[in-house]
Design a protein around this ligand. Structure first.
Ligand code: NAP
Length: 484
């Protein structure tokens, strides 16, 4: 059976052929083609921007009562849960992630639509006192056409994360998925349509980022960009946005520290630390890839992590293994090069043995890496690998732990593991990151509170009520009304 063709979706039309030919998406565990997709060029970019503009300027979304918009958004969330099995399987095949993580993505995506659907009729302005004979108030309006450029690691969830607050704010949307993972974006579009979202409110443009991503980001009909991806591409997108002076939300990379004190509850902390760098084979922006461990427990912790990692089962995502493959063999080669970097920077205890048994040899698999003896100044401790490598660095005092944790070009999240409240709160205060997790590293479907970075990890906030501000203009209206 030939692989399905994923069309572009622009306004009320689907385009199974487009200006830039076709691309293919492959299952990273096997190399098998999962789908092919029509690749847009300039013509389709212009059509998509026109459709989104029309929807924003003239379409029904901004003429509906907010509670009516909220109902459609809730329906989108319900449909995601109704189609949970199908979407999770498609996502697992396309991205390689274990099935349970793909289920998490769908559940989390539904939560975004519940959460922001709940907010859609509560986006209020305020009145500002100016004294007698004046009335002044603010109005929050949708910012316009919002472009969402998506990476390949959590395609479905990252679409929902940005699109739900954008719709709640009244925006129309263009989605540009990563070339590696186009499959579930189309499912998202189908669900939006089925839920009754007006035509053109959400449009789908697949294609090469360097071509259509750039054209979209520079297009004068786009009013705002939410970009999630690497620092280098994010900087290019910022330049494109600067060319017509529009705001961007940048969700970029990380090299997040997990700080482990000797007084922590080790049985609870170690699985959290392992999950923090092994989830989706480390291809997570907020992966906790630097473990700062109090020197007195360093050797014991390394030994226990070593045992844990060695027993891990690798396999295809749909078989729900402990860890799936990387996104493709080219990225696998990049990660393997970091094993060499790690050997130069310190001692690589695990990670060199790329599986050679036949089933795994077909795919983009690596074994997780554990690095000791590398200082925080080395490349392996500073660069984002986007693979399952943990660098373990000892510290002696809380102040030293803070200094090392903050000595990074990134500042996305941090974990702190301790039973001492003073250390927990002290680190919470002093760590220069967007989220501090104490005795945890994620709470499951964490959509309610803000997420985003300091430093090279980006700016702007996703999730929580804070995310909505990126998709709104604030207009002030002032009336002078003297009685006589
Ligand atoms: P990437 O290479 O930067 O690509 C991200 C997106 O940008 C893709 O859709 C890509 O399209 C597109 N793109 C490429 N060149 C472009 C250009 N010149 N103009 C506009 N768009 C362009 O990132 P990735 O490798 O997919 O993802 C990994 C990175 O994402 C990591 O650094 C990770 O930390 C970060 N990330 C951050 C978060 C967060 O919330 N902070 C979440 C997830 C991932 P093509 O695929 O067609 O090239």
């Amino acid at each position: 059976m030939s692989a399905p063709v994923i069309p572009l979706v622009i306004g009320d039309k689907e385009y199974s052929e487009a200006s830039d030919g076709f691309g293919e998406s492959r299952n990273p565990a096997t190399g098998a083609v999962v789908a092919s997709f029509a690749r847009a060029g300039e013509k389709e970019v212009n059509l998509a921007v026109s459709a989104a503009r029309r929807a924003f300027d003239e379409g029904p979304w901004n003429r509906m009562r907010p509670f009516e918009r909220a109902r459609i958004m809730h329906r989108i969330g319900e449909l995601m849960l109704e189609r949970r099995d199908e979407i999770a399987r498609l996502e697992s095949e396309d991205s390689g992630k274990p099935l349970r993580d793909a289920y998490w993505e769908v559940d989390c995506s539904a939560r975004f639509f519940e959460f922001y659907g709940g907010a859609a009729d509560k986006l209020q302005g305020r009145s500002i006192p100016l004294g007698p004979n004046y009335s002044d108030w603010t109005v929050r309006e949708g910012i316009g056409v919002s472009l969402h450029i998506i990476p390949w690691n959590y395609p479905f969830q990252l679409i929902a994360r940005g699109v739900a607050p954008a719709l709640a704010a009244g925006c129309s949307v263009i989605i540009k998925p990563a070339t590696e993972t186009p499959v579930t974006a189309y499912e998202f579009l189908k669900i939006c349509r089925e839920a009754g979202l007006p035509e053109g409110q959400v449009n789908l443009i697949n294609g090469r980022g360097s071509l259509v991503g750039d054209l979209l980001a520079r297009h004068p009909g786009v009013d705002q960009i939410t970009f999630t991806g690497s620092v280098a591409t994010g900087q290019r997108v910022m330049e494109a946005a600067a060319s017509h002076a529009i705001p961007t939300n940048m969700e970029l990379g990380g090299k997040s520290p997990q700080v482990l004190f000797a007084d922590a509850e080790m049985e609870k902390a170690l699985p959290i630390i392992a999950g923090g760098f092994l989830t989706h084979a480390g291809q997570v922006c907020n992966a906790g890839t630097r473990l700062l461990v109090e020197r007195s427990i360093h050797d014991d912790v390394v030994e226990r992590l070593h045992q844990h990692i060695q027993s891990m089962r690798l396999g295809a995502g749909v078989d729900d293994p402990d860890m799936g493959p990387l996104i493709n063999t080219s990225h696998r080669d990049d990660v393997e090069r970091y094993y060499e970097v790690a050997r130069g920077d310190g001692e690589l205890l695990l990670g060199a043995d790329v599986p050679s048994d036949t089933a795994l040899a077909e795919g983009a698999f690596v074994r997780p890496g554990l690095v000791i003896g590398a200082s925080n100044e080395t490349r392996i401790a500073r660069e984002e690998v986007f693979g399952p490598i943990l660098t373990v660095i000892p510290f002696d005092t809380p102040d030293e732990a803070i200094r090392i944790a903050n000595d990074s070009p990134f500042g996305l999240v941090a974990g702190v593991h301790t039973t001492n409240i003073n250390k927990a709160l002290g680190l919470g205060e002093k760590l220069r990151v967007g989220q501090v997790w104490i005795n945890s590293f994620g709470v499951g479907l964490d959509v309610e509170f803000p997420f985003g970075g300091y430093k090279l990890s980006g700016f702007g906030r996703e999730k929580g009520l804070e995310a909505i501000a990126a998709y709104q203009q604030i207009k002030n209206i002032c009336i002078h009304h003297p009685l006589s």
